[in-house]
Design a protein around this ligand. Sequence first.
Ligand SMILES: [Zn+2]
Length: 341
Amino acid sequence: MKKPLLEFTDQGIYCHPAKVYLDPWKPVNKAIISHGHADHSRWGHKQYITHDSNVPIIKHRLGDISVIGKKWGETFTINGVKFTLYPAGHIIGSSQIKVEYKGEIWVFTGDYKLEDDGVATPYELIKCHTFITECTFGLPAFLWRPQKEVFTDINEWWSQNKANGQTSVLFGYSLGKAQRLLKHLDPNIGKIFTHGAIENMTNVLRPLLDFPETERITRDTKKEEIRGNMVLAPPSAHGSTWIRKMVPYVTASASGWMAFRGARRRRAIDKGFVLSDHCDWPSLLTAIKNTGAEKVICTHGYTDIFSQYLRDLGYDARTEATQFEGESAELNVEPETSESA
Ligand SMILES: [Zn+2]
C-alpha cells in the first residue's frame, strides 16, 4: 500500500519522501515549525525551518538553535517535496504548512483562526486534498463575537475599575494573546504595566509591529504608581505572591475557555472575556469547506466529536493523536519557561 504523504509517528507528523517532520514533539534532524507556542516548537531539533517572523520568537524561547526563515508563499523543495508557508492568523508568524508531492496537496494548519486580529498576518485559504486541522473549540457552543465588541468591553471594564480606584489585572498567554490585548487596549484610559514574561516577549516583537507603551513591573515599582492602571500578566501569575503588589485589584481572563462559565469560577477570576486565537465552530466548518479537501484529519481539541460531525457531513474525516495542546494550557500553566518578575 502506498504510504500517505504525511504520517503520524511517535516523533511527530512525518513526511517520508522529504525526511522532514512538521511540529515534532520529539527531537529530530529537520523540523518545519508552524508557530512559536511551546507545544509546536519544542527544544532539541538539529534544524528548524519556520516563517521569518517566528525566528526571533523561537530564538528567544529556545536559545541558540539552527533556524532558517522563510517568507509567506515562498516554496522550498526538499527531496522533491514542495513546502510552502501561508499565514494561519493564530499569532505573529504562525503558518499553515502546505506540502505538495506528485500532484497531491496536504495542508497542516498548526493552530489557526479566520478573524483578522490586527496583529497576526490574516489567515489565507489554501486549496488542498487533505486538510490537517486543529479543533480546539470544535463544539457548536463555541461561537466568538467580533473582537471589536470584546475590546470595547475590556476597555469599559478597565475604565470602570479605574473609577472605583482598583487596578485591572488581565491574564493572557505571554506569546500571542498578550500582544493582541496590548494592541487593542486604549492607552488613553491609563498606563499599561506588564509582568516580566510578557514584557520580554513583547520586546522581541516590537521591531515587527507597533504596540502601545508598556512598563515592566519590577521590585522598584511603587504600589501607588500601578493603582487604577492596567496590568497584563500570564495566567500563571494568578495566585502568586507577585500579584499582591496590585492590591486593590480585580482580575479578568481573556480566553476561548471563558465561554464556559465554570472555567472562570473555578479559577476564582472576577471577569471572563471570550477571546480566542483559535477558530470557533462556524470558522472551522467554513475553513474546511473552502479548502475543498475530501480528507480531513483532526489533531487536537474536541477531535472525536468534531470528526464524527464531519463524517456525518460526508467528509472522509478521522482523528490522529498528537501532543498539541491548543489553548488548554491557558487554564492552568503558562507554556513559557522564562518567567521573571
Ligand atoms: Zn498555538
